[in-house]
Ligand binder design. Sequence first.
Ligand code: NAI
Ligand code: A1CAB
Length: 266
Amino acid sequence: MKIVFFGAGNMASAIFTGMIEKGVVKPDDIYITSKSNRVAAMEFKEELGVKVSYDDAELCRDADYIILASKPQNFSDVAKRLRPYLEKKTKLVSVMAGIHIAAIQEETGMENPVARIMPNTNAMVQYSVNGIAFSDDFSDRDELIELMASFGKNVVVGEEGMDNITAATGSGPAFLYYIYEMYAKSLEELGFSKEDADKLTRNLVIGTGKTLAERPESFEKLRTDITSKAGTTEAGLNTLSDSTIQEIIFATLGSARDRSKKLSER
Ligand SMILES: NC(=O)C1=CN([C@@H]2O[C@H](COP(=O)(O)OP(=O)(O)OC[C@H]3O[C@@H](n4cnc5c(N)ncnc54)[C@H](O)[C@@H]3O)[C@@H](O)[C@H]2O)C=CC1
Ligand SMILES: O=C(O)[C@@H]1CCC=N1
C-alpha cells in the first residue's frame, strides 16, 4: 500500500504516527511532502522511517491514497501539484475543514473518489474521533475505515454532517484545553503555585478521562455519585449551573460550525 501525505503538520503527523504506532501500515509505505516545515519532515523520516519526497511525479505514481492535509487556504497550491500526475486509481482523503468533495474533485481535475475525514489531534495517542463522508463512487470503504480505526473511533456521516463534526470533535480538544487552562488559572488564584495548579488540573483531567473510558454510566450519574447532600460539590454545582455554561458551549460550537460552512464558500 502507498499512502502519501500532502502536508506534514499537526494533523498529518498525528495520523501517520498513530497508524505506524498501531502497526497497521509499514513506515516505508508512507510518503510525506510539505511546503513550510521541511526540517520537521526530515525529523519524521529519521524518527519513524517514513519517506520524504518533493518530487510530485514520484509521490503520485501508483499511490493508493493521497491524504490532503494542508490548510484549506493552501489547497489550490496542493491541487496544482497533483493535477499533472494524479492517477485515476488513487483515492483522495481530505482532512481539510470546510472543503467540499465537489470542490476537491473540480480542483484536482480527475473526479477521483474522495473521502472527507475529520479526525482530531488525539490521533497521536490513538484516541481520535473521526467523522468520515464518502463520495458516491468511493469503493472498498472498509479499507479506509479500518485504517482510520487504528487511530480512533469512526462515525460515518453524510457530507452535510461534516460541519457539525468539525466543530464538535475536530476543534473539540481545543475547547476542552481552554477550559482546563481556565481551571488551572483558577487554582492559581486559590493560592496554588503554577506548577501545582498544572499538575492538579492535568491529573484531574487524566483521571476523569480514564474513568469515562472504563465506566459506561451517564455523565449525570457519574456527577451525582460525587455530589453529597449539602456538601461541597453541590455548593459548587449550584454556582456552575446558575451561569450560562450550556449556552456558552452551544454558541462556541455554533461559531465553529459556521466557520466550517464559510470555508466551503470558495
Ligand atoms: N490541527 C487540528 O487539530 C486539525 C486540523 N484539521 C485540518 O487539517 C489540516 C491541516 O491542519 P494542521 O495540521 O493543523 O496545519 P499545519 O499548519 O500544522 O500543517 C499544514 C501542512 O501543510 C503543508 N503545506 C502547505 N502548503 C502545501 C503545499 N502546497 N504542498 C504540500 N504541503 C503543503 C505545510 O507545509 C504543513 O506541513 C487543515 O486543513 C485543518 O482544517 C482537521 C482536524 C483537526
Ligand atoms: O481550526 C481548524 O480550522 C481545524 C479544523 C478542526 C481543528 N482544527
